[in-house]
Design a protein around this ligand. Structure first.
Ligand code: SF4
Length: 1549
């Protein structure tokens, strides 16, 4: 058995074992409380509680975020609730305490400070709770048990408090056995109260715990006669408020003067006639006595309401309300002073209700004549302490006929071990002063004066009450909003309750409180109003010496409330006043800050200023003052279900809108930065209160921005956190007052708001319906629909012959559904009465009456059921009375046996299908044919297993040998789609008009790629939307065609505008040197395409099985040469552009006029002279590199051109041509591999476009059109050999008189960009910006997009996008350089001081938009590099360029296989690691580790980097070193990529 060494541990354990919900109050979500550490341990071990055999719900709340607010909901649901907290929260929780006192909740309170402050307890003694006190470690465990038992027994709240420092040196105790707890609780739990009443938060529901709520308990055998007396009296004295302890206390104390004796019928003493009456103090005493008596039987330990320790015949005792440890130590010590050896100690175990004299007198020896009452009285104004009054009121009348006991009060200060004995002696000298007769006492008239003890003596060091600092810590994440406020309002910004602000004489937590801030703002506003009046008067005064001030003061006063004008005028007024020199001028200048109008804000934050989120808003609105409130809500969307509605700040917006006088905005910086800007500006301009609700969801204060972003997206997308702005002043201007900014879900959101409104109204009128309203409506309708669908099917089937076959599928991506439907068709062709539907569409109650059933399911997530089969599985899984003995069932499961990289996760493969199979057999189903399994990894994918299973099924059904079955059409391939598309038209135009879905058809999805756009869905939202029954959040990615990556400033501005108007406010500069836009919804697709074409760019052939964007080195240092080479890239691009006019017809035709708008290129007709109707077998990529820069990775493309400079002219002469490079790979498929290009030879520059064409045509005719995974040029060349391929190309070139010559010499030095300023040969300047992973966006820290927009407005040269996703500002004349540099500085764009590794890194898009992503990439690589930078620094490698790349899947968009170190996504959070790529992109890397997670990545990298730093030779690059040092083998050719790897891919194990 383990041992328990602290009271917090003892208490946490008991709270955990005896509660359904534990409210764990913590200093912050990242800082544990003394209890939470243990609670977390129990939860992580999945320990169940003893009362309901479930894992308790541990709800973590910050101590300053009104934690007890969360107690109501679970209490209402009849759950057992406890809270573990420090005493710091008690005073702020008083409004809750009065209400919670009537609920069976337990609050375990550790006194907060090092000098435990018992005054927190005495301050709340009247709140109606029962209070139990612990002194020792053993007490803490036993009183925790008592508290829980008592709360359940009494139905009332119990506060169990203790001073942790009092038991610091206690020896560890054994944890109380579960048997004891079980025995004790089994007595009370079965009848635990169910509270069916609705609770109201700010209005008392009037609930009073009554005896009728409670399980009836027999009379305790040990119940004392005193108890009976107490009960009889209490019963008689019951009043409507008798549940409060203070009343009870006076009742019990009055009782002693009473002589009458009424008959006893208390529920506490009788089992015959329970009477519903409020629980009284005497009931509590009875219950607790009962509990302790059982407890004593079980454990041998004894407790009582008042406890006495000391000599049985002591005459004096001290009653302590405070820490007893020091006194006990002195009195128990071997060298206890003789004069103290006859002293007892009294404490109240049951502090409230105070039970009066008889309980007290029963507990102490009759010999006691004097009691010293010691308690903390920290406030000087308090003369008599509550404990003193308790004892005085109980004993002053000489109760029970005993001699009067003298009572003396002491103010208890801080006493330590060294002063304990002295303090005690002082107490007793005063308590029993020596009576020494005075010689002249007769003359004094008060002979006994000298023997009277002095009241209110202070003992120990006096301590003064300190305001408890609840930790006004502002989490780092909140800075995003505060930075925007600072950016917008700069010096004018005044945050009245800033966390950590310096306010003289005021504690940090008070200064940060909204109440304080609100008060200070009102004072500031009034102050300025008075100042404006003074200025108005001064403007007409004759006291000025000069004339100028008057005129300017009048002008200033006129627009004093207009911040822009008043601040402008202030700058004019102040110097004129200063020049004037009159006394009036200097008195105005004394307040010169008031000439400026501040932007005044109050901030409400869950972390440090919680209460503004509740009633605080009401006060500001009511004041009507021109105050702006920024209220942060940090509740993550995914926790919404467990959080009671009272914590949702979303509704503050509705409340404020209803109030009518306020500007209201709901914003989320991680969803729309610009909307936050707009809302803050509008709020500031609004005359009156403004509320800006700001969403910032996090689970812990140190959550990564990526987590916050993902949570925000979910919440915004699904309408939990709608983005909107409400400006009532717009009504006067005739403009809409309400603006919905959550663009993509406009319709859904409007419905949401409407429904929310209606429901709120109905619920207000009929609160009893609240919980069930929407759900019951929904499920009724669903049930009816299911029934109707099935009846219709049955009617249809009735007309058919043959055995019935019911096919039920669960499918997420359509495979299982498609297969099920095909099976149904085939069954029908065999004469069976087949019915097919999704599992969740099927009325489960009919399953027992089916004859033959096929269950077909794919596998989701971690072996879960697909969404449309979950309800079916839940029903069948939990069914206890379902008998399937008359049903023949077979199951077919689909999955991917290699999907889970880790061995231990392999069990998830086909888990739903396997589980179903086992379950139906357990329900006695007959097996139609054994389980079939389809594996994506099999040679023909899932078809391999299916083709074996299906014949078995027909065999079992007796329809295996049916003759004359119709021919089935073969599945449609990409090639069919192309042929059928009428030159890429398909049904795209029709699909765009369909507003019922955000998607387009599957075949159109293939075709739109040729038009430069892909359909995607937001991966961050996919699961959540599915759960909500919504279609995925479809949007489109648009990619431009921008040969050589060169754009004009005007094109930049137009792209920027497009990102704002139609996209997701960001632009991606891609690894193929072009612009890419994400998040364009279907309705915005056409306008976006038109905007791109208006900018004289196109998207045609940016994706698809055609030649894609042609790349070209950005070469800032040689502009003339760059110009020559870039012209060739443009020429190749134009030459290989498809000719179809479908693009113009679909995207550019004006629907109203039928006219086509501006067209880039001159494609006009519908035939493809070069491509033909089937275009190419796969995508085709061409790039040009200009040595010594391989910044476009020339070896990685289908065609790579290496520019060769003429030695004579210094201009472009021709190109060395490479062919057959390519990156895409499939994990675990060794038939796929990356490949570097094969050197074909040299050709002159003016023939390059023709050579590219002929290479492309050989690929067109010889590429594999059956297997897309084997269709790229690299495989064609390896299949036919490089030489044969070259000969075929040469054959086509011969008629043009073009011949491949021997390659010209060239040398590459690197494949990365050179950042910062460079000068070209013409003296023009070029600046290469570091754009991390090509993402151009604004954030609160770095307004990059705005900065580049401002630069584009003045720039006269070019923007060159680089192949590494960075940006070069080209052709800046010397005279413009200064102004451009100033703008760069202003927007922090001039920063290129990053580690060499960061500057040499790149990542693909991956999550959330790329549908193929298996792991994060663009959002994760920067984080990973940050974690490595310290190690780089430690090894002196900060400035060394190490090429590191990451992609979210093996398609290789960021060309990872050429990097010195690469990470390729395998599953979420897991990557394959590759090493050994060539520094300038000339050599492929090789697999080093498979499926590793961050921890291992960091460990490996740190080790390699430190070795590299020590072992490298002069100038040796990291990739070369890994090969030389034997860390990895060299990959010499693509086809050997999988050979000699450092370890096999994990799935192969
Ligand atoms: S490499 Fe894969 S995850 Fe990354 S963008 Fe390309 S397809 Fe998407």
């Amino acid at each position: 058995m383990g041992s328990i060494s602290s009271p917090a541990e003892a208490v946490a354990r008991i709270a955990y074992l005896t509660s359904d919900v534990v409210i764990s109050v913590q200093p912050s979500l990242t800082v544990d409380s003394e209890f939470s550490h243990y609670l977390n341990q129990y939860t992580s071990k999945q320990i169940k509680n003893l009362t309901s055999r479930t894992i308790p719900d541990i709800q973590r709340h910050r101590q300053n975020a009104d934690p007890l607010l969360s107690a109501y909901k679970p209490l209402q649901e009849g759950k057992l609730v406890s809270a573990t907290t420090s005493s710091a929260v008690l005073l702020n929780s008083i409004p809750h305490l009065y209400k919670l006192a009537q609920q069976p909740i337990v609050l375990h309170v550790a006194l907060a400070t090092s000098q435990a402050d018992f005054s927190d307890i005495s301050s709340i003694r009247q709140c109606g709770f029962t209070f139990l006190q612990s002194e020792t470690l053993q007490d803490a465990q036993d009183m925790a048990i008592t508290a829980h038992a008592l709360a359940v027994r009494s139905g009332k709240g119990v506060v169990h408090f203790f001073d942790p420092s009092n038991s610091l040196s206690d020896t560890p105790i054994a944890p109380e056995s579960r048997d004891v707890l079980q025995t004790l609780f089994s007595k009370y739990i079965p009848g635990r109260p169910q509270n069916e009443e609705d609770e109201y938060l700010y209005v008392d529901s009037g609930r009073i715990a009554t005896t009728a709520d409670l399980p009836v308990s027999g009379v305790s055998p040990n119940q004392s006669s005193t108890t009976s007396v107490l009960q009889s009296q209490a019963t008689r004295d019951v009043s409507p408020t008798a549940g409060t302890t203070e009343t009870a206390s006076s009742v019990s104390s009055r009782r002693h003067s009473s002589t009458d004796s009424l008959p006893t019928s208390s529920a506490g003493t009788s089992v015959d006639a329970p009477v519903a009456r409020p629980v009284t103090a005497s009931d509590i005493f009875s219950y607790v006595t009962d509990i302790w008596s059982v407890f004593k039987e079980l454990t041998g330990r004894e407790y009582s309401a008042v406890e006495y320790s000391g000599p049985p015949a002591a005459e004096a005792a001290i009653y302590i309300f405070g820490s007893t440890g020091v006194f006990v130590d002195v009195l128990d010590s071997d060298d206890c002073p003789a004069d103290l050896s006859n002293v007892g100690i009294i404490t109240a175990r049951l502090y409230r209700p105070w039970l009066g004299a008889s309980v007290l007198l029963d507990a102490i020896p009759k010999s006691i004549k004097k009691i010293a009452v010691l308690e903390q009285l920290r406030r000087k104004t308090t003369k008599w302490g509550p404990s003193f009054m308790d004892i005085l009121s109980s004993l002053n009348a000489g109760a029970n006929g005993q001699n009067q006991i003298a009572i003396v009060q002491y103010r208890l200060g801080q006493i330590d071990a060294a002063t304990g004995a002295q303090a005690l002696r002082g107490i007793f000298q005063n308590l029993t002063p020596a009576v020494s007769p005075r010689s002249h006492q007769k003359r004094r008239g008060h002979s006994r004066a000298a023997s009277l003890p002095i009241q209110n003596l202070s003992i120990g060091h006096e301590t003064t009450p300190t305001a408890v600092d609840l930790g006004a810590e502002q989490p780092e994440a909140e800075n995003a909003y505060l930075k925007i406020l600072n950016q917008l309002f700069g010096d004018r910004l005044y945050v009245a309750n800033q966390a950590k602000a310096n306010n003289a004489g005021i504690s940090a937590s008070i200064a940060a409180s909204p109440e304080y801030g609100f008060g200070s703002l009102l004072a500031r506003i009034e102050h300025r109003e008075r100042f404006v009046q003074e200025v108005q008067q001064a403007a007409t005064s004759k006291q000025f010496i000069t004339d100028a001030p008057k005129q300017w003061l009048a002008r200033w006063a006129l627009s004093a409330e207009d911040s822009a004008k008043s601040n402008q005028n202030a700058a004019e007024v102040i110097p004129r006043l200063a020049n004037d020199g009159s006394s009036l001028a200097s008195s105005l200048l004394d307040n010169k800050a008031l000439f400026y109008k501040e932007s005044q804000w109050l901030i409400g934050s869950d972390a440090w200023a919680y209460d503004l989120g509740n009633s605080g808003v009401h006060h500001v609105l009511q004041s009507g003052a021109n105050i702006n409130m920024l209220i942060l809500d940090t509740q993550p969307y995914s926790e919404r279900a467990v959080v009671d509605a009272t914590r949702r700040k979303k509704d503050i917006g509705l409340y404020a809108m209803n109030y009518g006088n306020a500007y209201v905005a709901s914003t989320a910086v991680y969803s729309s930065y610009t909307q936050v800007l707009q809302a803050m500006i509008e709020a500031e301009q609004f005359s009156g209160p403004s509320v800006v609700l700001a969403y910032l969801p996090y689970n812990k204060e140190n959550d990564s921005p990526l987590t916050v972003l993902q949570e925000t997206k979910k919440a915004v997308d699904l309408g939990f956190w709608p983005l909107y702005r409400w400006d009532p002043s717009n009504e006067k201007k005739g403009e809409p007052t309400f603006n919905l900014d959550s663009e993509r879900i406009k319709q859904e959101l409007e419905q949401f708001l409407r429904r929310d409104n209606q429901l709120t109204q109905v619920m207000n009128r009929h609160p009893q319906f609240a919980a069930h309203l929407s759900e019951s409506y929904g499920s009724e309708v669903r049930k009816m629909q299911k029934r109707r669908a099935k009846s219709a099917y049955e009617a249809l089937l009735d007309s058919m012959q043959g055995a019935p076959l019911t096919i039920l599928f669960a499918s997420d991506n359509g495979n299982a559904e498609g297969l099920a439907k095909r099976l149904a068709k085939r069954g029908k062709a065999r004469g069976l009465k087949t019915m097919v539907m999704a599992m969740d569409e099927y009325p489960i109650e009919d399953l027992t009456s089916e004859e033959n059933v096929v269950l077909m399911t794919s596998t989701a997530g971690q072996g879960e059921f697909p969404q449309n089969g979950r309800a079916f599985w839940e029903a069948i899984k939990d069914a206890t009375d379902m008998d399937l003995s008359n049903v023949h069932i077979t199951v077919f499961a689909l999955g991917d046996s290699h999907y889970w990289p880790r061995k231990e996760d392999k069990i998830f493969y086909n888990k739903p299908g396997k589980d179903l199979d086992v379950r139906v057999q357990a329900l006695n189903a007959k097996t139609l044919t054994p389980l079939g399994q389809g594996d994506d990894q099999d040679p023909d994918g899932f078809q391999t297993g299916y083709q074996e299973w299906e014949p078995r099924l027909w065999q079992a059904l007796g329809v295996a040998n049916v003759e004359g079955l119709p021919e089935e059409p073969p599945p449609i391939t990409n090639e069919d789609i192309k042929i059928e598309s009428n030159y890429l038209r398909g049904t795209i135009a029709e699909g765009l008009k369909d507003v019922s879905t955000g998607a387009i058809s599957a075949s159109d999805q293939q075709l739109t790629k040729f038009h430069g756009t892909y359909m995607q869905d937001d991966r961050d939202l996919r699961d959540e939307r599915k759960a909500q029954g919504l279609e995925p959040a479809y949007s489109f990615m648009i990619r431009c065609r921008l040969p050589g990556g060169v754009a004009t400033p005007s094109q930049w501005l137009q792209m920027d505008a497009l990102a704002g108007a139609h996209g997701n406010q960001t632009m991606k500069l891609t690894t193929r040197q072009t612009f890419q836009f994400h998040g364009v919804i279907k309705s915005q697709l056409k306008p976006a395409m038109q905007a791109i074409n208006k900018a004289l760019m196109t998207t045609l052939a940016a994706c698809g099985d055609v030649n894609r964007n042609v790349m070209c080195s950005s070469l800032p240092t040689m502009s003339e040469y760059h110009h020559d080479v870039h012209a060739v890239s443009q020429k190749i691009s134009d030459h290989l552009l498809p000719s179809t006019s479908a693009y113009h017809e679909i995207w550019l035709k004006d629907d109203a006029t039928g006219e086509k708008t501006q067209v880039a290129g001159d494609a006009v007709q519908d035939f493809e002279p070069m491509y033909g109707p089937t275009y190419l077998p796969r995508k085709f990529k061409i790039t040009i590199a200009i040595p010594p820069h391989n910044d476009t990775d020339v070896y990685a493309h289908d065609v790579g051109l290496i520019a060769i400079k003429s030695k004579e002219t210094g201009r472009l002469a021709g190109f060395n041509i490479l062919a057959g490079g390519g990156m895409g790979v499939t994990h675990n498929n060794k038939k796929t591999y990356p490949r570097t290009g094969y050197m074909m030879g040299y050709v002159p520059a003016d023939k390059a476009h023709l050579v590219c064409e002929k290479i492309m045509l050989v690929q067109k005719d010889h590429g594999d059109r059956k297997n897309r995974k084997h269709a790229r040029l690299k495989y064609t060349m390896d299949d036919m050999s490089n030489e044969v391929f070259k000969a075929k190309v040469q054959e086509l070139l011969n008629p043009l008189d073009i011949k491949f010559e021997a390659p010209e010499p060239f040398k590459f030095q690197s494949n990365i960009d050179t950042f910062g300023w460079q000068k070209d040969e013409k003296g023009l300047n070029h600046f290469t910006f570091f754009i991390e992973n090509g993402r151009v966006e604004d954030t609160a820290d770095f307004p990059m997009r705005t900065g580049l927009r401002e630069i584009a407005k003045t720039h006269k040269g070019e923007f060159r996008l680089t192949g590494n996703q960075h940006l070069c500002l080209s052709n800046v004349a010397d005279e413009d350089k200064e102004s451009i540099a100033a703008l760069m500085k202003q927007y922090k764009l001039d920063n290129t001081k990053f580690s060499g590794m960061r500057l040499s890194s790149s990542a693909c898009v991956a999550f959330p938009t790329c549908g193929l992503a298996m792991a994060e990439s663009e959002r994760y690589l920067p984080v990973l590099i940050t974690k490595l930078e310290k190690c780089l620094e430690d090894n002196g490698l900060s400035q060394d360029s190490i090429v590191m790349r990451m992609t979210g899947c093996p398609n290789g968009c960021a060309r990872p296989w050429l990097a010195e170190v690469a990470f390729v996504g395998k599953a979420y959070g897991a990557y394959n690691m590759y090493l050994g790529g060539g520094y300038h992109g000339q050599r492929l890397n090789k697999l080093y580790k498979s499926s590793i997670m961050e921890e291992e990545i960091l460990e490996i990298m740190k080790d390699l980097l430190s070795r590299y730093a020590k072992e490298r030779k002069e100038g040796e690059h990291f990739g070369d070193w890994t090969i030389r040092s034997g860390v990895i083998n060299e990959t010499t050719e693509g086809k050997y990529f999988h050979d000699n790897v450092a370890e096999e891919e994990s799935d192969a194990e």
